[in-house]
Ligand binder design. Sequence first.
Ligand code: UDP
Length: 196
Amino acid sequence: MDSVHILGLRVDRSDMPGALASIEQWIGQGDGPRHVVTADASMVVLAHGDPELARIVENADLVTPDGAGILWASKLLRSQITSKVSGVDLVSEMCRLSAQHGYRLYFLGAAPEVAAEAARNLEARYPGAKIVGARDGYFKPEEENDVIQAIREASPDVLFVAFGIPKQEKWITRLKEELGVPVSLGIGGSFDVYSG
Ligand code: UDP
């Protein structure tokens, strides 16, 4: 993947059609858990002081430019990233594609009821979208095995994780093999946007 580095953080020259094509290809291949990072300006700052986060992003399968701060920095670097690919937009685009192709989506994260309400709203907006599970992001460590089990049983193609940066990136990295989901994405506060 063609990438730039903004204060050491990898960001890929990816646009929405390209990001969706990669995700659909990985769903089809099912050849191992893939990790998609949506990188915004706050991630650049956090990763500067968090080498583990920077390493996770460096090793991700795709790092999308999420937000005006990234576009501004990449313009200064003359890196030709010209359009953002945000977590918020990836969630709705994948719901649209789920309605067309039957992809199974799982929503994990945000406050109690927020993911479930976002799922209901998006299913209404994209009739036929298959959101096969929704759960909040405030479970206790001793409940983690139940969370993993529920996701495995729902057998999603795509897992959206909304715990905020860097918790979601570290959680996906630690558990992606065990979860066995073809594509996992960290998407920050995106469910909050769709739950209103
Ligand atoms: N969150 C969560 N579990 C936690 C901490 C946060 O589910 O232990 C959720 C929170 O409710 C919110 C999202 O994670 O929906 C973080 O949103 P924010 O916009 O702060 O994310 P970021 O800016 O880090 O992408």
